[in-house]
Design a protein around this ligand. Structure first.
Ligand code: HEC
Length: 188
């Protein structure tokens, strides 16, 4: 089919390769327009997905789905606790529990208090920095050192929320935090 947009008389270009020559025709308009529209669309796409965050990228949707699944379960293994870190609402409810029950010894910002609770915003852990280890410390406590076993007081679900909030404080290194104690933990 001849493209109706090609109205000019075909002009042959000067070069030739192995006897093959080519015309110097205009690109068809439908082709040009689909190219221009794709360029315009790409600006909006880039803005929505990568600049403003108006639309969620596939990885973000995936993380939110995993967090929603984890929130429905009662598991407290490393993987589930890490997945919950992607849910800001879950962390916010953990913060409320922390403010009421934990801040008196660990300070409002988690920086710790000499003689009371250790700094939870550095990378050093007395009882292990793995998510499941933090959960065990929170639920079972370290009675002889003054850390309460919270499971009997708060229940497993609130302990899990407080644990995920503590994980969100990790490596924030707040100002005037208590000195480092224990072993460094590099993971999340
Ligand atoms: C009465 C004071 C007190 C309160 C309240 C308290 N803690 Fe603690 N917490 C401690 C002490 C003391 C330790 C350190 C235990 C040790 O030296 O072995 C500790 C340790 C911890 C650790 C382990 C830190 C590490 O380095 O391994 C975590 C996590 C923790 N607390 C979380 C919480 C959470 C969450 C709450 C609230 C639900 C809470 N704590 C409430 C006193 C407290």
């Amino acid at each position: 089919m001849t493209d109706p947009s090609i109205t000019n008389v075909d002009v042959e270009r000067e070069h030739s390769f192995d006897g093959i020559t080519e015309f110097d025709n205009h690109l068809p308009n439908w082709w040009l327009w689909s190219f221009y529209l794709a360029c315009i669309f790409s600006v909006f796409y880039w803005g929505a997905y990568h600049i403003t965050g108006f639309a969620a990228l596939p990885t973000e949707v995936y993380e939110a789905d995993q967090a929603a699944l984890a929130a429905q379960s009662t598991d407290a293994d490393d993987e589930t606790l890490r997945a919950l870190l992607a849910d800001p609402n879950y962390i916010a409810s953990g913060k409320k529990i922390f403010d009421i029950n934990c801040a008196s010894c660990h300070r409002n910002d988690g920086g710790g208090m000499p003689g009371l609770g250790p700094n939870l915003t550095d990378k050093f852990w007395l009882h292990g920095g793995e998510p499941a280890s933090i959960y065990t410390t929170v639920t079972k406590g370290v009675i002889e050192k003054g850390m309460v076993a919270w499971e009997s007081q708060l229940g497993a679900s609130k302990c899990r929320k407080a644990t995920v909030y503590v994980m969100s404080l990790r490596n924030k290194n707040v100002a005037n935090g208590r000195e480092a104690q224990g072993e460094p933990y590099a993971g999340q």
